[in-house]
Design a binder for this molecule. Structure first.
Ligand SMILES: Nc1ncnc2c1ncn2[C@@H]1O[C@H](COP(=O)(O)OP(=O)(O)OP(=O)(O)O)[C@@H](O)[C@H]1O
Ligand SMILES: N[C@@H](CCO)C(=O)O
Length: 295
């Protein structure tokens, strides 16, 4: 029996749209084993009632892509999922399935695919690298795709960083969230995002954490997406008044993350109290960065 553990991920991290992601200390576990015939899928944990337990299951579909690529197939497959990552909340649930399924299938069939081939297959299935790359590699990953090839740089998450994750009950699929993005943006917005995402990556890499608040603003996707969930616009504007400017939308949302590293956590409390004044039900998780990736 093969067991694989995959971290949640937060993509974009504000201005790094489709090119920046960080692995987090929240994990899904996947167990797979070859059986005599057929397909058995068991799911436990978060949102298990929403997950297909048939050939349409995303983990199974990802495993099939490996079998097709290497031209070898097991007689039958049993998959057991233990989910902690919520679905459609911007924490990389689908990316965790895709990477977990590919790594598990590769291990089951004798590790014939290299890590680069695993990554390229995961990017092909997900459609963008910024969740699957940190899910596979751990840490902070800056990635971009050119003619079907993914180039990336990975470095560890600073040990002082804490991710205060506010997760609403309401779901927002990435497909729907990408659907509200504009065809084009004003040149000044594009230039601002280039500067902010460059500064953010440099600050995360150098450990100059005090630069992060000046780097987390985004013009490319957050202004359009915060309109999708009633309280998001209110939270972001109130946060600005309260000088809580270490706040970003996690991936395509709707979860939001307050990035913290100062001791004492006074501002973390102010953030949580602000979110709790909103009408929806919000849950909170305090996470660290994950530097292991999928194992
Ligand atoms: N843990 C899971 N197990 C099986 N299938 C999953 C799981 N998570 C996601 N999926 C599949 O992927 C599809 C898209 O999932 P989801 O909407 O969570 O992903 P996403 O919106 O791309 O990512 P995020 O979770 O970061 O918001 C779901 O409809 C479901 O079919
Ligand atoms: N970069 C992707 C991340 C999805 O988790 C998006 O924002 O649509």
């Amino acid at each position: 029996m093969i067991k694989v553990t995959v971290p949640a991920t937060t993509a974009n991290v504000g201005p790094g749209f489709d090119c920046l992601g960080i692995a987090l200390s929240l994990y899904n576990e996947i167990e797979v084993e070859e059986i005599e015939k057929g397909l058995l899928i068991e799911v436990e944990g978060r949102d298990q009632e929403k997950i297909e337990k048939n050939k349409n299951n995303l983990i199974y579909q990802s495993m099939l892509r490996v079998f097709d690529k290497i031209g070898k197939y097991p007689k039958g497959i049993k998959i057991k999922q233990y989910n902690n990552i919520p679905l459609a909340r911007g924490l990389g649930s689908s990316a965790a399935c895709i990477v977990g399924g590919i790594v598990a299938a590769n291990k089951l069939m004798g590790n014939l695919l290299s890590q680069e081939e695993v990554l390229e297959l995961a990017v092909e299935i997900e459609g963008h690298p910024d969740n699957v790359a940190p899910a596979l590699l751990g840490g902070v990953v800056v990635s971009c795709q050119d003619e079907g090839k993914t180039s990336y740089v990975r470095f560890p998450v600073h040990e002082a960083l804490r991710f205060i994750v506010a997760i609403p009950e309401v779901q927002l699929s990435t497909k729907a969230s990408r659907g509200v993005l504009p065809e084009g943006v004003p040149f000044k917005d594009a230039v601002r995002n280039v500067g902010k995402s460059s500064l953010l990556v440099a600050a995360l890499m150098s450990g100059e954490l005090e630069k992060i608040p000046h780097a987390l603003q985004d013009c490319l996707h957050q202004p359009y997406r915060t309109k999708l969930i009633d309280s998001l616009e209110a939270i972001f504007s109130k946060a600005k008044e309260l000088d809580l400017n270490q706040l970003f939308l996690s991936g395509a949302g709707p979860s939001i993350i307050y990035l913290s590293w100062q001791q004492g956590g006074e501002k973390e409390k102010i953030f949580c109290n602000l979110v709790n004044t909103m009408p929806e039900q919000w849950n909170f998780k305090i996470l660290e960065g994950d530097n292991k990736g999928t194992s």
